[in-house]
Ligand binder design. Structure first.
Ligand SMILES: [Zn+2]
Length: 94
């Protein structure tokens, strides 16, 4: 996007004289466009990060849903097919 900004700068130079101020404002608005483009890019990054975070959170919830806590020793049994506690052998309530 740097080239766009440079193009606007050149335009401002060519105008010169009475149009100098106008050229400056064009350069300024060009810079604003560049900044906005950067904002959009960052927003996409944030969206992507939020999406990944949601995926991790979903996986964590699914794991938690499959995790059984042993009523006797409090061990976390992550095997959804487990019938007995792997630590103390207590039968797990389903
Ligand atoms: Zn146990």
């Amino acid at each position: 996007m740097g080239s766009l900004k440079d193009d606007w700068k050149e335009t401002g130079k060519d105008l010169g004289g009475a149009f100098k101020q106008l050229g400056k404002s064009i350069v300024k608005s060009g810079a604003v466009v560049v900044n906005k483009a950067n904002d959009w890019a960052e927003r996409d990054d944030a969206k992507e990060a939020a999406r990944k975070e949601a995926e991790v959170e979903k996986a964590r919830e699914e794991k938690a849903a499959n995790t059984v806590i042993c009523p006797n020793c409090g061990a976390e049994i992550t095997d959804p097919e487990a019938v007995f506690c792997l630590k103390c052998g207590t039968k797990l309530a389903k």
